[in-house]
Write a protein of this length. Structure first.
Length: 480
């Protein structure tokens, strides 16, 4: 944002009696936008009062479940529903929270405030919505549902959001405030023409998406070739409790037998199906064909976890939580921040460029592993482990790719502790994990092959982002 000078009267302060440069800037920008076209408030086209979502916890979607449970994290910034980490929930009054066609959801708080989603039963299946959403039932007689969805992804909407957002502990927009959202008065034919142009771009986006290969497939294909195991083994291993198994096949009930002498393969003489199942044993056999080295032997300092962050809306340091770890990259867009004072006081949690971070708590999140590539100040929260390795012993990307692959994932799946959603991976467990003890030069060759394919995927993802920006441009041009 270019530096601008403006004045504001004391009468323009909101009900919280705040004077915020950011708030005042966006308020003036919004006033300028509203002066150039005709708008009306959202409340004028609501068919019923807005409704907050269910407060129940999500759980894994299981065979026989009727409803998907849609949470804020299930929606991307373009309003698309993620198809991984599908959840359901257990509530008695399902009909109260059951979504109907053209129900519109807005996120109400946190760094995801303003996220929006248009429900379509044919596309999304039967669904309930979670508590950080507010549902709006809108009379779409004079505004096309898809046009409205695209409008909520535009810069105009962002300007409104930043002009009204309340920062009491964390960003928040409540139902009454959303009812004030200014909606542009645009002829229906003009809207339909915009949607027609946008539909062509959406077709191009879908074509690009179909070309994108699952990153875990790329990683496992190259490591399978190098270490002589089946490239499909990562899928056959089955969906478990950890991050890198979520794209694997759904596990079916099975039984197996084992010789009593196999118990001694466990360091703690563990008798567990997670340890002794045939897939885990097969993967242990793969690793046993090579000299191995423990993580403890390649780190430069003991593995540690971060701290519980104290969120600060005006903070300048990122708080990296499990939600930011995508097991492919680190997402900073909706990242909570802490003050520099909090950052300075928590040196053990401070992150450096080049640190490896691993999610160490929680079903589905456990085992996500990413590299800190940005330079800005950041801390790890208490559910994230900080790993610093000696690059003379191990290439950082090789470490990351290895622990995303089934050769690393099965060790996490085998050794985590706890039950249900409270599963944990402690520092000593991570330090006891093993990797093939191969030269750094050989590691680098493997990394280059994997990275070349992953970079090609990123180019297509960038093209998708560019096309999404074109959609936003069409909406803004239509309103002007």
């Amino acid at each position: 944002m270019a530096v601008k000078i403006f004045s504001a009267s004391t009468g323009s302060l909101n009900n919280e009696l705040r004077f915020s440069v950011k708030h005042s800037y966006y308020s003036l920008e919004l006033k300028n936008i509203l002066s150039k076209a005709d708008f009306f408030p959202l409340k004028e086209i609501l068919k019923s009062p807005p409704q907050y979502g269910a407060g129940s916890a999500g759980r894994d979607f299981e065979e026989g479940d009727e409803y998907r449970y849609i949470r804020i994290t299930d929606i991307d910034r373009y309003g698309n529903l993620h198809e991984d980490e599908v959840k359901s929930t257990d509530i008695d009054n399902e009909e109260r929270y059951e979504l109907k066609d053209n129900d519109f959801l807005f996120a109400r708080s946190g760094n995801t405030v303003g996220k929006s989603f248009l429900y379509n039963s044919a596309k999304h299946g039967k669904a309930l919505y979670a508590g950080y959403f507010i549902r709006f039932k809108i009379d779409f007689s004079n505004i096309e549902p898809k046009f409205f969805l695209y409008y909520t992804k535009s810069k105009i909407f962002d300007t409104w959001k930043n002009s009204i957002i309340r920062l009491m502990g964390q960003p928040n927009i409540n139902a009454e405030e959303y009812k004030l959202l200014p909606i542009p008065m645009i002829d229906k034919e003009v809207q339909l023409d915009a949607i027609k142009r946008i539909s062509k771009i959406e077709t191009e986006i879908e074509q690009l998406k179909r070309k994108i290969t699952e990153p875990l497939e790329i990683i496992n294909r190259h490591l399978a070739k190098e270490f002589k195991y089946s490239p499909t083994l990562w899928r056959e291993f089955g969906k478990g409790m950890t991050a890198s198994t979520q794209k694997s096949d759904v596990k079916r009930y099975s039984t197996f037998s084992m010789p009593s002498g196999q118990v001694k393969r466990s360091r703690i003489f563990r008798f567990s199906s997670r340890f002794h199942n045939p897939f885990t044993q097969k993967l242990m056999d793969v690793l046993s064909q090579y000299p191995m080295i423990m993580v403890a032997d390649i780190i430069t300092e003991r593995i540690k976890r971060g701290v519980q962050p104290r969120a600060d809306p005006d903070g300048e340091a990122y708080a990296i939580k499990t939600a930011q770890l995508k097991n492919n990259y680190i997402e900073l867009e909706d990242c909570e921040k802490v003050s520099l004072d909090f950052y300075d006081k928590n040196k053990k949690a401070q992150l450096k460029q080049g640190d490896i971070v691993m999610s160490s708590t929680g079903k589905v999140s456990l085992g996500k592993v990413d590299l800190i590539e940005f330079e800005e100040e950041a801390i790890a929260d208490g559910h994230v482990s900080i790993i610093r390795i000696d690059e003379k012993r191990c290439n950082k990307l090789f470490f990351i790719y290895f622990f995303r692959s089934i050769l690393g994932t099965f060790q996490i799946e085998r050794d985590f502790t706890g039950a249900t959603n409270q599963i944990e991976l402690y520092a000593d467990q991570i330090e006891a994990f093993v990797l093939p003890d191969i030269s750094v030069q050989r590691q680098v060759k493997i990394v280059e092959l994997i990275k070349m394919e992953l970079d090609s995927q990123k180019k297509m993802e960038k093209q998708i982002d560019e096309k999404q920006a074109q959609i936003s441009g069409i909406i803004e041009a239509t309103i002007k």
